[in-house]
Design a protein around this ligand. Structure first.
Ligand SMILES: Nc1ncnc2c1ncn2[C@@H]1O[C@H](COP(=O)(O)OP(=O)(O)OP(=O)(O)O)[C@@H](O)[C@H]1O
Length: 386
């Protein structure tokens, strides 16, 4: 629906020049969203896919295995949108205190994203509301180390920013003036917690655009805005684990994603955005379900290959169990977690190497690092790396 501009243009000073900055009207849109039959079907399809994802996550024998891998893969993808070069194995190497193959700043940013996600989950679990304080805390974690440390971590901006273009005057979009950020974010917080507001999925769709339009931080608005979607769905009880990440969908359809953000601002077409968003949710949730199934099938197949190894099988299986949780590991970590001696873990790894389940990646004789290749390959395929 074309509503025209839902908001107002204020004059703001940026980089010494006067620009027209956009202040969005508070949510929900007026007139209300047109939820016609085809759109309701899309909504239903997306909710159904989310239900399947929630069910599989709840039914998995060890849900944290899936969450661990999925959260890290999302961190990599979301940070890649921002421009970092690290891969999942770089992140896992970094977490192991081993040198990753990319600049440290890149992997630190990905690691910050994991920290922000885990922080948000822990906060919500302890009953903290989905509020602006939490949003600022997420930003603080995201920007804590590396390049972002100079970008006012955890604070709403006090200067004018802009999107696209070399200067404010030729920017694609100039978000609200700094003095409007607090009031706009207060309105968004009210909307997020309004019991009379829309259902979780529509709420997440609307809130994401509004957040990006306000652009309350100096940097990291994309990543925090994407986290917000997962947290809204989790907080509203649609997903027991924050397992839905649209980064890959937004990355694959970046031009369309940006076009839709612009269309909301320029013509008030929230419905076109909602359709795009719902498509993303349905596709992403289905992909996540497929990945969980593939992961389970991989584990079962590899386990079946280990079993015939006779006397070596029990220890190899113990070490294999650890690798399912930590697909990049050294012998010490494997020995500690499998509760076996260093020598036993080393022998077990040798057996897994002979089966081509693990491979050594450093080429060194000492402080070797082993990866569960099938697992990493599977997640790399999800991220479009392979
Ligand atoms: N024309 C636009 N109108 C509103 N928001 C936009 C527009 N173009 C891009 N955005 C949003 O701005 C985000 C980028 O903002 P910012 O650079 O602060 O975040 P980031 O997390 O560092 O980057 P990225 O999202 O690229 O990872 C995009 O992800 C998108 O959500």
């Amino acid at each position: 629906m074309q509503r025209g501009t839902l908001g107002q243009w204020d004059t703001s000073i940026a980089g010494g020049e006067a620009v027209r900055a956009f202040v969005p009207a508070p949510l929900p849109p007026k007139p209300p969203l047109a939820l016609d039959a085809p759109r309701l079907q899309r909504l239903e399809r997306a909710l159904l896919a989310l239900g399947r994802l929630d069910a599989i996550a709840a039914l998995l024998p060890e849900p944290d295995i899936f969450l661990y891998a999925y959260v890290r893969q999302e961190a990599v993808l979301s940070s890649q949108i921002e421009g970092t070069q690290s891969s999942l194995s770089d992140l896992l190497l970094f977490e192991l205190d081993a040198a990753p193959g990319v600049p440290l700043d890149d992997v630190v940013e990905v690691s910050n994203y994991v920290a922000a996600l885990e922080h948000g989950v822990a906060r919500l679990r302890e009953g903290f509301p989905l509020c602006n304080r939490l949003i600022r805390e997420l930003h603080e974690k995201l920007m804590a180390r590396g390049r972002g440390a100079t970008k006012a971590p955890g604070q709403f901006r006090t200067t004018q920013n802009w999107i696209g273009g070399s200067r404010p005057g030729n920017a694609v979009f100039v978000p609200p003036p700094p003095q409007a950020v607090e009031p706009c974010m207060a309105e968004l917080e009210r909307f997020l917690n309004d019991p009379a507001g829309p259902g979780a999925l529509v709420k997440a769709a609307l809130a994401h655009v509004q957040f990006e339009t306000i652009h309350p931080f100096l940097d990291g608005n994309g990543r925090v805005g994407r986290l917000l979607i997962a947290f809204i769905l989790h907080h509203e009880g649609v997903l027991r684990q924050p397992l839905l990440y649209l980064s890959l969908f937004f990355k694959r359809h970046r031009a369309e994603y940006y076009r839709q953000l612009d269309a909301v601002r320029l013509s008030g077409d929230w419905e076109a955005w909602l359709d795009f968003f719902l498509e993303g949710v349905a596709v992403t949730a289905q992909d996540a379900v497929d990945t969980a199934h593939r992961l389970l099938a991989l584990f079962a197949a590899d386990r079946a290959r280990i079993l015939p190894r006779g006397r070596a099988a029990p220890n190899a299986l113990r070490v294999f169990d650890v690798l399912r949780h930590r697909p990049v590991a050294n012998i010490k970590l494997l020995a500690d977690r499998a509760s076996v001696s260093f020598a036993t873990a080393a022998r077990a790894v040798e057996a897994l190497e002979q089966l081509s389940i693990v491979r050594e990646i450093t080429g060194r004789a000492r402080e070797r690092v082993f990866v569960y290749g099938g697992y990493l390959d599977l997640l790399a395929r999800v991220g479009g790396e392979a």
